[in-house]
Design a protein around this ligand. Sequence first.
Ligand code: PEP
Length: 247
Amino acid sequence: MRYFIGNWKMFGVPKSIGILSKINSYYEKDKNRNKYRVIITPPYTLIESYSKYFNKKKILIGSQNCYQKEQFSSNTAAISPYMLKSVGAKYTLIGHSDNRKEGDSDMMLKDKVRYAIKKNLKVVFCIGENKTEKKNKKTLSVLKRQLTKVLEKKFNKNNIIVAYEPIWSIGTGKIPTAIELKKTTIYIKTVLKRIFKKNSPAVLYGGSVDGSNVEMFKDIREIDGFLIGGASKSSKKFIDIIKNYYR
Ligand code: PEP
């Protein structure tokens, strides 16, 4: 199974659902549709209405983050996994570099993952090195630390997807070379196999993926799909990624 996950970040109002309707129409007619899953993470404000609208359809709705407590608490503006689940979210991103930058520590991320899984949300756990770490050849050690500090064998592996998103690639148009990416993805899967003592969860790539570069990724069989930011805000650009991937 491949995954095409669109992360809308701070984008979208109720009428933006038109973008998803077009993606859904394409998906329902696509002869390759059984090979992949489409998940969109709009802002919190749209999760309930979009989840209701796509309830019987193919697109699944997720959240971009969740709070590190299970149910209710006194933290202003926080949204828990229970609250997300109650409005129809099926997935949540956790550990996106935007949120790590704002202070999400490994300990907080571990709680987020734990409670999200407990509430039956599937977790897309984001990891990735920054430009300096890459320059200093620290990529693999950074990824290993990010994975081993947060993920544990007792977490249900079937509820976890890992998204490798080099920070220097997000929104910049720069992408790793095919050789680098293959090597890094294989390494991530090796670490995950060690953590879970069995097969690795799916590992996605994220960072400046678009319709023109996605063909390069399809030869890297270890990559199980994509986390797509900018290009997910346009139905045409998002559909082009899927079309060109299966061409
Ligand atoms: C992201 O922010 O998760 C992302 C992958 O963004 P972009 O595709 O725009 O690089």
